[in-house]
Design a protein around this ligand. Structure first.
Ligand SMILES: [Zn+2]
Length: 129
């Protein structure tokens, strides 16, 4: 969905590569510093890939179909990326990565699920919103 580097990505790059550089350099001189920097970069990209995968994971549809039955597209009306269930046709929109809304036929969003800290999904009680 998003390409290129953000400020945060660069910050993490500095922390991991710089950290590896410093630790490696202390342990094994300049060779250690290069190896440490490479390891730091490898660790960062592995972590980034994992987090991105988690961010793209979607909760199950309300019709009960398991797996990922969704087709994503860009909705012109609500100006968001939406996921359409290929089984029942319900449309969902993910807001800021953490709120999973059902898109009603009139274009209104109803929050259905909230993402938990560990990347799972928890349903939102309708009364508490
Ligand atoms: Zn469905």
């Amino acid at each position: 969905m998003r390409n290129g580097w953000t400020v945060f990505d660069l910050l993490w790059l500095v922390v991991f590569v710089g950290g590896g550089l410093a630790i490696g350099g202390r342990v094994h001189g300049s060779v250690g510093a290069v190896v440490g920097a490479c390891l730091g970069f490898g660790l960062l990209s592995a972590l980034g890939r994992l987090l991105r995968q988690e961010a793209e994971r979607q909760p199950p549809c309300q019709c009960g179909v398991v797996g990922s039955p969704f087709k994503t597209s860009h909705d012109q009306k609500i100006k968001m990326i939406v996921s359409t269930c290929s089984s029942c046709g319900r449309v969902y929109a993910q807001q800021r990565g953490s709120i999973w809304n059902e898109v009603l036929p009139d274009g209104h969003l109803t929050p259905i699920m909230r993402r938990t800290f560990l990347g799972g999904w928890k349903s939102i009680e309708k009364n508490s919103v």
